[in-house]
Write a protein that binds this ligand. Structure first.
Ligand code: SF4
Ligand code: SF4
Length: 131
């Protein structure tokens, strides 16, 4: 398993209605982070504050200039206040395969059970273990 390459695929795949935040996060944003809360509607993420329409891409995803030609890199403008789903990702190897997550290496695909244990070890500080 490699480190995250900041390819942005996970953000792009889930930000059009596939993300949730905990109730406490939403309440915190409402009280202290209005620039985030303005994109929440009926406790769901992410909606245009003016039109009320579901956004197709997360408003906090920022494209960076990559030093590597033909490689796109992304950062999160609200990294320290990002929703639970974003903090927990990636949870399963199946999910990573589906998303074409660049953390996966060929040996992870050859033994997905071992890869899941390895992933749980890497993310033990940010979410409960899946395996
Ligand atoms: S909040 Fe941050 S981590 Fe979550 S989808 Fe948006 S850019 Fe990605
Ligand atoms: S898909 Fe994987 S490698 Fe790409 S940004 Fe998300 S966690 Fe990182």
């Amino acid at each position: 398993m490699k480190q995250c390459t900041q390819c942005g695929k996970c953000c792009i795949n889930y930000s059009d209605g596939g993300l949730t935040a905990s109730q406490s996060e939403i309440e915190f944003w409402e009280a202290f982070r209005p620039h985030i809360y303005q994109y929440v509607k009926n406790d769901e993420l992410w909606f245009d504050p003016v039109t009320g329409q579901q956004l197709s891409i997360c408003p906090f995803l920022r494209k960076e200039v990559s030093k590597v030609p033909d490689q796109q890199k992304y950062t999160c403008d609200i990294y320290h206040n990002r929703p639970e789903d974003c903090r927990f990702y990636p949870v399963t190897i199946d999910q990573m395969i589906y998303d074409e997550c660049e953390m996966l290496q060929p040996r992870d695909l050859n033994n997905t059970k071992k890869a899941q244990v390895s992933l749980d070890g890497l993310t033990e500080d940010s979410r409960p273990a899946f395996s």
